[in-house]
Design a protein around this ligand. Sequence first.
Ligand SMILES: NC(=O)c1ccc[n+]([C@@H]2O[C@H](COP(=O)([O-])OP(=O)(O)OC[C@H]3O[C@@H](n4cnc5c(N)ncnc54)[C@H](OP(=O)(O)O)[C@@H]3O)[C@@H](O)[C@H]2O)c1
Length: 291
Amino acid sequence: MSSSYCSLALIGPGAVGGIIAASLVSRGLTVTLCARRAVGELSVELLSGPVKLAPTVLTDPAQGRPVDWVLVATKAYDAAGAAAWFPGLVGPQTRVAILQNGVEHRERFAAWLTADQITPVMVDIPAERPSPGRILQRGTGKMIVPAGPAGAQFVALFAGTAINVSETPDFKSAVWRKLCLNSVGAINALLLKPTGVFRDEAVGRLALALARECLLVGRAEGAVLEDSLPETILAASRQAPPDAVNSLHADRAAGRPMEIDARNGAVVRFGKKHGIPTPCNEMAATLLAAM
Ligand SMILES: NC(=O)c1ccc[n+]([C@@H]2O[C@H](COP(=O)([O-])OP(=O)(O)OC[C@H]3O[C@@H](n4cnc5c(N)ncnc54)[C@H](OP(=O)(O)O)[C@@H]3O)[C@@H](O)[C@H]2O)c1
């Protein structure tokens, strides 16, 4: 299948979904958006410039027809809602890419899809949706997929876009590396303060503790993570735009559910599996869940 003729449906046209759709449309592909409410024109500010999208939008899963690729960009906690689209969109040849945080992409959708149908995606695309029709890209976009035929097809979809997409033979390390970064983001959600808060010395020490716990658990799961990763994450957080808001923080600020279970909750769960204490992540997950 040439990616130029690929039929694509994207479930969840939020911050990441909007950037993905605009990037694919900008390279000449057509993307049908699957949303749970009506979406009008979307104004997406990519780093490369503004893009106006007037997409075909489906709001009823019964309207879906099989496509070559389904891209799922809902929050992890909306997996069941996203799965309601699969009977219409997923045919025998359809591949489903899960563009979400966490380390359990296949497990999260195991009730609806076989492991072979799923392409898990490590997403590193800083993006915000200040209002339903407006999406902002806040940093360079990068995605990583497992190496193989599906991974190669996924990479080809994004050829010519500004999003750097690559295959890796060690996807486990890629997602645990990202989870170490995500574990630290709980601090922003707890304090309701953007990235600039990491410049505080004591907050920085707490960030290191969260990331170190995640690193040890990730290694126990088989990820290859260097000792210096927590310090690298803290240094990058201190250099990032001080007003940047991660998606956990954005969700709490908007009164939406948070991806606690997929992020700090996963560190705690996998830590228990390996007998590794994760007190900082457990406190963060417990406090956020209690809010
Ligand atoms: N934002 C970032 O900077 C960033 C960076 C890296 C990774 N991620 C990860 O990427 C994933 C998506 O995050 P996000 O920030 O893009 O989330 P988001 O802005 O909240 O977007 C999620 C979208 O999914 C839609 N949705 C929910 N249930 C649906 C359903 N049943 N059918 C169709 N659409 C549905 C939501 O609709 P409504 O408009 O109705 O809410 C929303 O448009 C998460 O796992 C996140 O952790 C995010």
